[in-house]
Design a protein around this ligand. Structure first.
Ligand code: ATP
Ligand code: PRP
Length: 236
C-alpha cells in the first residue's frame, strides 16, 4: 500500500505542540528508537509514515513533493517557496508557534518611527557614508517584498541565520528583520519595532503538497485524516 508521508519538526517547541495537536484529535505520534533518533510512528490512523525534519526544511520538502503533508511556520513557507500558494495548500492554521516577523531599528533612532522614515534615513546614510543601509535577516524574500511595496529601495540585505539582533551592536548591520514573540530579545539588544514594521504575523500551519504523489491510497488516507481533524479536504 502506498503511504502518506507526514513531515513534522524533528525537535524543539514546535514538535511538542504538533504532537499535542494530533493527540487531541485521536492521533498518536510517538518517537521511537533512542531519544535522539529521528524516527517515529503514527497510530490511530492507517497508512501514514512520519518524517522528522528541521522546521526550516519542511517547506522545501513540501515544494518538492517529497512529503504529502507537513507542519511548520507560515513564515518559513512564505519565505522559502516562491509562489507558495500554487505549490502548497494550507489546510489549517494551528494556533501555536505564533511569532511576528518585524523590522526593528536601534532604539536611539528617535526620529525613525515608520517604514516611510526609513527612506529618509537611507538617503542620509548614503549621502554621509556613500553606502546603503544594511538590513540583517534570514527572511530575504519577505523583507524585499515588504520594502519594495513601501517604496524603500536604498538598502541591502545582509544574511543572518541566527543571533540577528546582535548584528547592530556588532556593526554588521544598521537594522534587522526577524521573528519576535515576547519582544525580550529585541529589548535586550536595544532595538525597537517600527510602528508599521509588521511584515507577517506567523503561526504553525498544516500544509499539503500539490506536487506529492497523490495516488488513490494517499487520497483515501488524506480524507480519513481530514475527517478526524475536522478539516475540509483540499483541492490538490
Ligand atoms: N520565539 C520564537 N523564536 C523563533 N521561532 C519561533 C518563535 N516562536 C515561534 N517560532 C516559529 O518556529 C519556527 C522555527 O522553529 P525552529 O526554531 O524549531 O526552526 P529552525 O530554526 O529551522 O530549527 P532548526 O534549528 O532545527 O533548523 C518558525 O516558523 C518560527 O516562526
Ligand atoms: O521575542 P522573543 O521571545 O525574545 O523571541 C525572539 C527570538 O527567538 C528566536 O531565536 P531562537 O532562540 O529561536 O534562535 P535563532 O537566533 O537561531 O533564531 C528569534 O530568532 C529571536 O531571536
Amino acid at each position: 500500500m502506498s503511504r502518506l508521508k507526514l513531515g513534522l519538526p524533528s525537535k524543539g517547541r514546535l514538535q511538542g505542540q504538533c504532537i499535542a495537536w494530533f493527540h487531541d484529535r485521536g492521533i498518536a505520534i510517538e518517537r521511537s528508537g533512542a531519544e535522539r533518533e529521528y524516527a517515529g510512528t503514527v497510530s490511530g490512523v492507517d497508512g501514514v509514515d512520519l518524517v522528522l525534519l528541521s522546521a526550516s526544511e519542511i517547506p522545501r520538502e513540501l515544494a518538492a513533493g517529497r512529503i504529502h503533508l507537513g507542519i511548520t511556520g507560515q513564515d518559513l513557507v512564505h519565505e522559502t517557496i516562491p509562489g507558495w500558494e500554487g505549490r502548497v495548500s494550507q489546510l489549517a492554521a494551528l494556533g501555536f508557534g505564533r511569532a511576528d516577523l518585524v523590522i526593528a531599528v536601534p532604539s536611539i533612532w528617535v526620529d525613525v518611527e515608520s517604514v516611510e522614515d526609513l527612506d529618509a534615513v537611507a538617503a542620509d546614510f548614503r549621502a554621509r557614508h556613500g553606502l546603503r543601509l544594511r538590513v540583517a535577516t534570514k527572511y530575504h524574500h519577505l523583507v524585499r517584498d515588504f520594502l519594495r511595496k513601501r517604496g524603500v529601495a536604498d538598502y541591502r540585505i545582509v544574511d543572518s541565520q541566527g543571533a540577528t539582533e546582535g548584528t547592530v551592536k556588532n556593526l554588521t548591520a544598521e537594522l534587522i528583520a526577524d521573528i519576535t514573540s515576547t519582544g525580550e530579545t529585541l529589548r535586550a539588544n536595544h532595538l525597537r519595532v517600527l510602528e508599521d514594521g509588521l511584515i507577517l504575523a506567523s503561526e504553525a500551519a498544516l500544509f499539503a503538497a500539490r506536487a506529492a504523489a497523490w495516488g488513490p491510497e494517499e487520497r483515501e488516507t488524506l480524507a480519513t485524516l481530514c475527517a478526524r481533524m475536522g478539516l475540509s479536504e483540499p483541492a490538490l
